[in-house]
Design a protein around this ligand. Structure first.
Ligand code: FES
Length: 573
């Protein structure tokens, strides 16, 4: 055993000759592991979010075997452990409510166990930020592997994208241009393989963020889930994490301010989800990198989108991979990036992308001829959102980016569902729909309900977009002129709570302004009459609403910001 090996934290469990060492080794040996596995070789914890309830991660039992293969090949000892899995399609009231809970599970599972390095298996939307946040709080050598996107959806000869197709076709059913039978048939045609949503939704966005941050091997973001090269990447990642432990290549050496700046710029270039804003802010908070909502606008709002992918464009993730994937796209914007940023393979980002070929300029456009100009996320401020709100101009209708309209207010999602298709609802396409009480505290969990469906009577006129404003989030697969993450939220008495039917609202995205045209005196009177909604009385939800931060800070729990490292001085018995 070398001195270097003796320094591994797992040896504080497995390297002791006394009764404690006996306990730790003996119970592990029960699974058949031979004694030499405890000789000081790196112990790699593989954090697995497999669950039958998280269908996007349904193939992780296969992927984990390739990771283990790679770890063994490199002389490490792999130990897989499960953590809470967050399935976007099933979890009520919203998977986002449990992102922070899952991150605590990850953090404590890593810290409390004999683990020297970590492999994160991530896929469905919230599994990626939850695992990255939890691991960052421990700051061990860590490598990310995404599950990869599903194959393209195919319906009656057309490509259809997960999420995006649902929003579009459900509006068609409501407008009477698609039958219920066709709609039901599309269910089996849209999601037809393992993997996460194959549009540039939150899962694809966050997989791209992991790669842009340097936290995965190159190509991680786009290899389809069922492509053999996904398994190969898992095996290579298993080999690599062993060396990362030997080199003590901890997360803080990779997730620097420059790495986050790269990720924000890449998010603009891929037309990424607005959800990346809250997730990256929360991740930065855990690793100790100063990052603000304003950084998103300052760094990247003027950058072009180069990727012609749904929901902003035409193609899907499978096409992106065949066109060259994220390395090819990052090469196009290399002059905007910190190419000296270190990545998990020990090379710089610049070294990883310098020879990346692009095979399809219709999918990944050239920087000089971008798919969409100035497409980054814009941060709005004004008396309606004193701490900020966000909008994705690339998914908006250009004619609505500067708009003044009459507010049509919904107090919550129940109110919205009850009245949206009421013929007596006083609404037309020039109105601005306002949805309250869907923020972190209000929903609770800041659900993806900000992309409110349009009123039937507006849809029937052939209108496909209206300005919508809320304290909610929006699925990354959705589109429209949708102002999100209004902070402070309505449920804690933010100005959004005070908007009434008939108020005039001004949206001016070029000027970054969101203004409620009501006098300060009138707003003060309304505030006096405002009553806070009741809060949950027990369980995790009580803890959550008492401690969750507002969207502009990343919606993490206040006591989780910062990191605790991985030291645990006390023995278990
Ligand atoms: Fe899992 Fe879309 S539902 S990524």
């Amino acid at each position: 055993m070398t001195d270097k090996k003796n320094k591994l934290r797992s040896q504080a469990w497995f390297g002791k000759p006394d009764k404690d060492g006996f306990l730790h080794r003996s119970w592990t040996k029960a699974a058949g592991h031979p004694h030499d596995q405890f000789d000081g070789r790196p112990v790699i914890g593989i954090c697995n979010t497999f669950s039958d309830l998280t269908s996007c991660n349904s193939h992780f039992r296969t992927i984990v075997e390739y990771v283990k293969r790679g770890v063994y090949e490199a002389g490490g000892f792999p130990l897989e452990f499960p953590v809470m899995s967050l399935g976007e399609a099933q979890l009520r009231p919203t998977a986002m409510l449990f992102r922070n809970l899952a991150s605590m599970d990850v953090e404590e599972s890593i810290r409390g166990n004999p683990i020297d390095g970590v492999v994160l298996l991530m896929g469905c939307d919230k599994t990626t930020p939850a695992l990255m946040m939890g691991a960052a709080s421990c700051n061990l050598p860590t490598i990310g592997i995404s599950g990869g996107p599903m194959l393209n959806g195919k319906f009656r000869g057309q490509d259809i994208g997960s999420g995006t197709g649902v929003w579009m076709m459900s509006e068609m059913v409501r407008a009477g241009t698609m039958s219920q039978e066709e709609f039901t048939e599309a269910e089996s045609c849209m999601n037809r393989s393992h993997g996460h949503c194959m549009t540039m939704g939150t899962a694809s966005t966050m997989a791209s963020m992991v790669e842009a941050l340097g936290m995965s091997l190159p190509e991680n973001a786009a290899i389809p889930a069922v492509d053999g090269r996904r398994n190969r990447l898992a095996q290579f990642s298993g080999r690599r994490i062993v060396q990362m432990v030997k080199d003590n290549l901890t997360m803080d050496k990779i997730m620097t301010r420059h790495a986050f700046e790269n990720a924000i710029k890449v998010n603009a270039a891929i037309g990424g989800s607005t959800n990346a804003v809250v997730h990256l802010l929360a991740m930065a908070g855990r690793i100790g990198v100063p990052l603000t909502l304003k950084d998103w606008d300052d760094l990247a709002s003027e950058l072009p989108c180069l990727l012609n992918l749904q929901p902003s464009g035409k193609y899907l993730m499978e096409d992106f991979y065949y066109a060259g994937g994220l390395p090819a796209l990052m090469k196009e914007i290399a002059h905007e990036l910190h190419t000296d940023a270190l990545t998990v393979n020990g090379k710089t980002l610049g070294e990883n992308i310098k020879d990346a070929p692009c095979y399809n300029r219709d999918v990944i456009t050239a920087y000089e001829q971008p798919f969409k100009p100035a497409a980054g996320i814009a941060v709005l401020k004004g008396n309606l959102a004193p701490d900020g709100a966000v909008i994705k101009p690339s998914a908006s209708s250009p004619h609505l980016l500067k708009h003044r309209g009459r507010a049509v207010v919904f107090e919550d999602t129940e109110d919205f569902r009850a009245r949206i298709d009421d013929d007596n609802l006083d609404v037309d396409e020039n109105c601005i729909m306002v949805l309250k009480n869907c923020g972190p505290v209000g929903y609770p969990g800041m659900a993806e309900v900000g992309n409110m469906a349009l009123p039937k009577k507006v849809l029937k006129k052939g209108i496909t977009d209206m300005v919508r404003i809320s304290d909610a989030r929006m699925s990354g697969t959705a589109y429209g002129t949708v102002v999100l993450h209004v902070s402070p939220e309505a449920s804690i008495g933010g100005p959004l709570a005070l908007v009434q039917n008939g108020d005039m609202i001004e949206l001016d995205v070029p000027a970054r302004r969101l203004h409620l045209d009501v006098s300060d005196a009138e707003l003060a009177t309304r505030k006096l009459n405002w009553k806070a909604p009741e809060k949950p009385e027990r369980g995790y939800v009580k803890l959550y609403v008492e401690h969750v931060q507002q969207a502009h800070l990343g919606a993490d729990l206040d006591f989780l910001v910062g990191a605790s490292g991985a030291d645990v001085p006390r023995e278990s018995h």
